[in-house]
Design a binder for this molecule. Structure first.
Ligand SMILES: Nc1ncnc2c1ncn2[C@@H]1O[C@H](COP(=O)(O)OP(=O)(O)OP(=O)(O)O)[C@@H](O)[C@H]1O
Length: 317
């Protein structure tokens, strides 16, 4: 009888990694459950890629422990690599091969048995049959990205690590890609995916937000939003930049951020925030069309977390 599968696809505690004197990952503890889509967010250079590589045994942590698919991330990295699908930020394929040929090439490199069946199964499961015989170089970004996913799933991994898989892909293709991820998760495959897109963050079962190598928050989108207890007001009008200048630094106002044609003003002291907005907007001569209390969104919270973390660290990442 095979041993029971571990409850977590990823379970790491207090991972640290330095490159020279740069402390890139700090005390990272994180769990990804089986069949869960876990979103990994944070500014450029915050340490997401390094964390992903630590979690799948491609890099050795300076300290910390953990398992990936039940294998020790330090001692059993070879087993992890065999059982994980890793889609890097820069996936490479041959432009002058067809989708089918590219997948066959990957299958050959990994010396997979029953290559033809494996490639056919992969084409079918990711909806690539209609394009199987087209040259990859001529395909849109969305199809190329689907090919990248198929290539890292050829060996039927139980865990996918996807590093910004949809960067530069149009919204329609991104939506289709996420539908596929949810279908895979429904089959019990776990997914850790880094992204900069808020709409994608909201499609994850759980999220973690990283800045300057530290996890600042993790949980469901609702848990992350609730954890900061921010009130947010939306202000619409003509002179948003002047209004923004008036509001910044006023007691009660913790954050002012432009969202399209609106200004979002947030604070953790709800009464002080409301009073501050009232004072800043009264008798200014600025034409303000609408002021309304809105639900605080994930993006409001992430901006707030990054601002606070860079205040604490002395410099933005
Ligand atoms: N092999 C390396 N040697 C030295 N420094 C490195 C190495 N890999 C990454 N870094 C540095 O570590 C920091 C974190 O990089 P990392 O790629 O993990 O961030 P990221 O959050 O994935 O960024 P992005 O969103 O831009 O992909 C950066 O300052 C980067 O320059």
């Amino acid at each position: 009888m095979s041993p029971p599968a571990p409850p977590y696809a990823i379970d790491v505690q207090k991972l640290n990694k330095r490159f020279g004197d740069k402390h890139v990952v700090r005390d990272l503890s994180l769990q990804v459950a089986r069949g869960e889509i876990f979103g990994f967010l944070g500014p450029n250079g915050s340490g997401k890629t390094t964390s992903i590589r630590l979690m799948c045994g491609l890099l050795t942590p300076d300290s910390g422990t953990g398992t990936c698919l039940g294998y020790d991330i330090v001692r059993e990295s070879a087993q992890i690599k065999r059982n994980v699908g890793y889609m890097t930020q820069r996936f490479s394929y041959w432009d002058d091969l067809t989708i089918r040929e590219n997948l066959d090439f990957v299958a050959r490199i990994y010396q997979m048995p029953a290559r033809r069946e494996t490639v056919d199964r992969s084409l079918e499961s990711l909806g690539l049959q209609s394009r199987a015989d087209q040259l990859t170089g001529a395909l849109s970004g969305g199809w190329k990205q689907r090919l990248a996913l198929a290539a890292c799933m050829l060996h039927e991994p139980q865990l996918l690590l996807l590093d910004e898989p949809t960067a530069g892909v149009d919204p329609g293709a991104r939506r289709n890609f996420w539908e596929t991820l949810h279908q895979l998760a429904a089959r019990g495959i776990s997914v850790l995916v880094s992204t900069h897109y808020m709409d994608e963050a909201e499609r994850c079962h759980k999220l973690a937000y990283m800045a300057c190598g530290r996890l600042l928050a993790q949980g469901t989108a609702k848990q992350i939003i609730d954890s900061q207890n921010l009130a947010t007001w939306s202000l619409h009008g003509e002179h948003l930049s002047q209004l923004s200048d008036r509001l910044r630094g006023v007691p009660g106002v913790d954050q002012v951020a432009v969202f399209g044609s609106a200004l979002h003003v947030s604070g953790s002291d709800h009464a002080a925030l409301e009073a501050a907005i009232g004072q800043a907007t009264a008798g200014t001569g600025l034409r303000i069309e609408r002021i309304e209390r809105i639900e605080t969104g994930l993006e409001d919270v992430f901006i707030y977390l990054v601002d606070r973390s860079s205040d604490n660290d002395g410099a933005p990442s």
